[in-house]
Design a protein around this ligand. Structure first.
Ligand code: CUA
Length: 321
């Protein structure tokens, strides 16, 4: 596996080497042609300048030269097409034994649904090394795009349709510490690479590549979740809540969560409500149900979340005095 170069990040999937080989072939062909064309231009400028050649004497015809510039590009373009197409097909068709998971994009977070799980893990994609993974991508609102540079894969995530992407990771980045139930290491980034609104640049997730054993342990650990205030804080960041809700009193796109618990809020459309556990739960699962006055234009996507996780978030929100 090649390390990062000036132009390319580290190669970390089985697709990366092929992509880079085609890229560098095209790059160096372009460099050679650029130097040759500019070099010839400069040489002609000097050799055929006006003082030396006051009268232009263009040649009528040159068979060898014409055959050369017809067939030379063909010799370069056919391999470019062949290699590019071969790797494109490889990148588009997932192996039949791929492990399947679903990834949902929304403003402005990535929800990862591991195989056989009904509840997503936000902002954290964990995959085992050496196993092809096929991700079924869908969007809950606008156009997003899935991009992991180290894997050399990029795919649009389009509202109203499914797209998919596959990769097989080749380098371990992280290990799962069974004692602390935390991932440790140097994860890589999953970017959104389609401008999707105000906080597009914050729409990131981390990608951890772990060993097969660590993967099993991780899946087991996320299936049994115990709510704590710290975990609530973690969920708050990973679900992308920070893009719209501050915790220091500043109103952003949505109301601040500082001092929210127990407060009486006026509602959009009249009436008031005292913020309690039920109101927070409802606002996470059905954000449009009761909106705070002054935020009628703010749109929050509904979240799929178990009661244990909502409990952790409530613990965290209560702590924001
Ligand atoms: Cu989602 Cu940019």
């Amino acid at each position: 596996m090649k390390e990062a170069t000036v132009q390319m990040p580290r190669q970390m999937s089985t697709l990366a080497e092929g992509v880079d080989d085609v890229y560098y072939f095209i790059f160096w062909v372009s460099v050679v042609l650029f130097v040759a064309v500019i070099g010839a231009t400069v040489w002609f400028l000097i050799a055929y300048r006006r003082e030396k050649n006051p009268q232009s004497t263009p040649p009528g015809h040159h068979d060898v030269l014409e055959l050369f510039w017809t067939f030379a590009p063909l010799i370069l373009l056919v391999p470019m097409f062949h290699w590019g197409f071969r790797d494109y097909v490889k990148a588009m068709v997932a192996p039949t034994d791929s492990m399947e998971l679903r990834i949902k994009a929304k403003q402005w977070a990535w929800d990862i649904y591991h195989p056989e799980m009904t509840e997503p893990v936000p902002g954290e994609l964990v995959v085992p090394i050496g196993r092809p993974v096929k991700a079924i991508l869908s969007s809950e609102d606008v156009l997003h795009s899935f991009f992991v540079p180290e894997f050399r894969v990029k795919r649009d995530v389009v509202p109203g349709m499914y797209t998919s992407v596959w990769f097989e990771a080749t380098v371990i980045t992280s290990r799962f510490n069974a004692a602390t139930k935390k991932l440790e290491g140097a994860p890589i980034d999953l970017f959104c690479t389609e401008y999707c609104g105000k906080s597009h640049s914050q729409m990131l997730a981390t990608v951890h590549i772990v060993s097969e054993q660590d993967y099993e342990a991780y899946i087991k650990a996320i299936s049994d979740f115990e709510p704590t205030q710290d975990k609530g804080k973690e969920l708050f960041a990973k679900n992308g809540c920070t893009a719209c809700h501050s915790v220091d009193g500043t109103p952003l796109i949505g109301p601040t969560l500082k001092g929210l618990f127990g407060k009486t809020e006026s509602l959009d459309g009249g009436g008031t409500i005292t913020v309690d556990e039920n109101y927070i739960r409802e606002s996470i699962l059905k954000p449009e149900a009761k909106k705070v006055a002054g935020f009628s234009n703010a749109v929050m996507p509904p979240f799929v979340m178990s009661d244990k996780k909502i409990e952790a978030l409530i613990m965290y929100i209560k702590s924001l005095k």
